[in-house]
Design a protein around this ligand. Structure first.
Ligand code: NI
Length: 175
């Protein structure tokens, strides 16, 4: 397990469309562990493999970790391989989103409130469920990453350019 650098905008690799995983092997599980380590280290709740430079359709998520009232260090990681979304609800929910690839930028994105999700789990078992609430928002945000889309791509051009400028400036100051 290792903490990897998380790519930030405007890194061109974030625009890449990720490829399906052929089989959930130990190699893929090792990738998931690196993703989790990197996500927890950066205090995130979701991460797509492409964010650590691996363009495969793999997502890790932990919506319990760090939640108010959760026990210290309590972790409930989830793994989604080759996820597919369908039946998005007409009803939408606004949520103030952030992203480890766009640090310190938050903005409200409106997405379908519920969506059907099919995926392979960490053991390669096919699963299907209805995502709702914050889970629905998060899985749609991560699914975007697999298709080369970052949440600021849903904002106006002006807001997007401002966000990228802010991230670039922060990187310059940190360098
Ligand atoms: Ni993100």
């Amino acid at each position: 397990m290792a903490i990897k650098d998380i790519l930030t905008v405007p890194d061109a690799r974030l625009k890449e469309v990720s490829q399906p995983v052929a089989a959930v092997t130990d190699e893929i599980r090792a990738l998931m562990d690196d993703m989790l380590d990197s996500m927890y280290a950066a205090q995130g709740i979701g991460l797509a493999a492409v964010q650590i430079g691996v363009p495969l359709r793999v997502i890790v998520m932990d919506l319990e970790w760090g939640k108010e009232g959760a026990a210290e260090g309590h972790r409930a990681p989830r793994f989604f391989v080759n996820p597919e979304l369908s039946d998005p609800s007409h009803e939408t929910t606004p949520y103030e989103e952030g992203c480890l690839s766009v640090p310190q930028v938050y903005d409200v994105i409106e997405r379908p409130s519920t969506v059907r999700l099919r995926y392979l789990d960490r053991d390669g078992v096919a699963r299907e469920e209805l995502a709702e609430g914050m889970f629905a928002t998060c899985i749609q945000h991560e699914m975007d990453h697999l298709n080369g889309v970052v949440f600021i791509d849903h904002l106006s051009r002006l807001k997007r350019e401002r966000a990228v400028a802010k991230v670039k400036k922060a990187r310059r100051l940190a360098a």
